[in-house]
Every structure is written in structure tokens, then in C-alpha cells.
Design a protein around this ligand. Sequence first.
Ligand code: DQA
Length: 144
Amino acid sequence: MQVLVINGPNLNLLGERKPEIYGSLTLNEINKYVEDYFKNTKISFFQSNHEGEIIDKIHSASQKFVGIVLNAGAFTHYSYAIRDAIEAISIPVVEVHLSNVAKRENFRQESVIAPVCGGSISGFGKYGYVLAIRAIVHRNSSRG
Ligand code: DQA
């Protein structure tokens, strides 16, 4: 069972980018934490600042992965192209945000990808990735 974690624009700057909001860990450190958390699930990590690269990765994922965890960064709020890519594939996508977007600026209140995702997790920092992977694994191994 393999799960793909995709991080979008500016998430490569974690550690130095607004630590009061996103925490002080780098993306590599978060990925290591997530990888170490799961013993029986293989997790692949991908980060890109480019919309098209994220779309290509989503398209090719269904051949290899049982689900995708996606922190689309600011693309969350306006990328209909990423939304369409998610809608086009059959494996579940879980939306993740490190920060609680509901209590931030108005433009972060809307997610154009949420309606085509299996669910959304926001505000739990690095643990949000763990929760999202657990949701995918659970969905893959049960019918309920
Ligand atoms: C984010 C929230 C987005 O609004 C923002 O543009 C990001 C990070 C989060 O993880 O909290 O880049 O997705």
C-alpha cells in the first residue's frame, strides 16, 4: 500500500516561512516525521511550486498509489485546474493545511478543491499529514 504526499508552492520554505504560523520544522523534517510514523505504509513525497507539475503528478498517481494527501498551498484557493485534476482521478485525495485556514485571511476561507476531495484537515500542523494518511489507509482497508 503506497500513499503519495504532495506539497505545493512555498512549502519548500517551511522552517523559515512564518514559523509562528507554520512551525519551525523544514519540509524534509516533516516528511521524516510522517515517514517514521507509519511502519506498514510506504509513503512517497513530492513538492513543487508549479501548478502543471502538481497536475501531472496527480494524473500519474492512480497507477501506483491508493490515495493522495495534498497540501496545495495557495493553489487551494483558486486553482480550478488542480480541482479538475483531482476530479478526474479515481483514488481519494485528502486536503491538508498546516494552519487553521478558517481563522486566517478571507481569501483563505475558500477552498476550490475541497468539494472534490474525500475530506479536509486543517490546523493540526505536521500531524495533519498523519491524520490524512490514516484516513486513506482506513478507507482502503474497510468499507465503512
Ligand atoms: C497552507 C495554507 C494556504 O492558505 C497557504 O497559501 C499555504 C499553506 C497551510 O498549510 O496552512 O501556502 O496550505
